[in-house]
Every structure is written in C-alpha cells, then in structure tokens.
Design a protein around this ligand. Structure first.
Ligand code: CU
Length: 163
C-alpha cells in the first residue's frame, strides 16, 4: 500500500482524524526550527511566596534546557494577572528585561534576590497551599505550563535571603 492510498483511506475513514494527524506534524511556527532540534524545557521547584496583597507577587523556579540549542525566556502569562514581567535584580534593585537566556544544556534560575517573574496586579490574593498556573514562553521551545505552589512568605528554596 503506498502513501497516497493510505492517506485516501484515512480520509475516507475519518476526515477529522486525518486533519488532526496533519495538524500535529506541521511546523507550528513555520520557521523550520524543528528539523534542527527544538529545545525543550523542564521546570522544577516553582513557587510563589504568599502575596501580601493583590498589588504584586513574585515567582521563582528553575528552568532547565536539555538541548544543544540556546534559548530565551521571552514572556510569562497567567490567569492570575494580565501583566507578568521578567525581572532581574541589579544593585538590589529590580528591573524589567525583555528576555532571559536559557543556555544550551544549562539552566535559568529564578530565585529570591535574583532573576524572577513578577505579577503586577493580581485578580485575587492566593493563600498558602493554593496553586497558581503560569505559562512560560520561549523564543524557540514550545510554551511550558507550570503549577506554582503558594508558600509561606519566608519560604526560600535556595535558603538564602533577599528580594
Ligand atoms: Cu520584581
């Protein structure tokens, strides 16, 4: 059976299934990067210290790039806020940056006193034990959904102080 026959049969059997298959195999962004090996990200230890009020909140995690392709974290979205920013900390002052490098075979650490995700304006104020969903967006890798654990305000995964 040749490929054309297979496709025709598949279409005849289920048009929906055939469309789903072709949708999955197409290059979603059209850049052709997938042929070169798209980076994929693993995120661990994501948490948010319980916010004091609904004005702002920080989020911390470790983003690991297991590929040979360097990438960048370019944005973060969440149902909790319409304005999420990527902040770095320099001379104990935080400032917004457009993106952050995730090195090839390396990791980007978002931690207290350093780089972090900042929620500006919250739709509600999460409490300890709640979960907050965020979606990380990258220049090359597919978006990654992460569930952040809301922790006590003093909680620190790295056991250092700051922010
Ligand atoms: Cu900040």
């Amino acid at each position: 059976m040749n490929a054309r026959t297979t496709r025709t049969l598949a279409a005849a059997l289920s048009l929906t299934a055939a469309l789903a298959i072709s949708g999955c195999s197409s290059d979603s962004d059209g850049s052709g990067d997938s042929a070169k090996g798209k980076p994929s990200m693993t995120v661990s230890g994501g948490y948010m210290p319980e916010p004091v009020n609904d004005k702002m909140a920080g989020a911390f995690m470790v983003i690991k790039n297991d590929s040979k392709t360097a990438d960048k974290l370019t944005g973060v979205t969440s149902p909790l806020s319409d304005d999420l920013q990527i902040h770095e900390t320099k001379d104990q002052k935080m400032q917004q940056v457009p993106s952050m490098d995730v090195p090839a075979n390396g990791e980007l650490k978002l931690e207290r006193g350093g780089n972090h995700v900042m929620f500006m304006g919250l739709k509600n104020t999460p409490k300890v034990g709640d979960k907050v969903t965020v979606e990380l967006h990258f220049e090359k890798a597919d978006p990654v959904k992460v569930e952040l654990d809301v922790k006590e305000r003093t909680y620190n995964a790295q056991n250092s102080n700051g922010h």
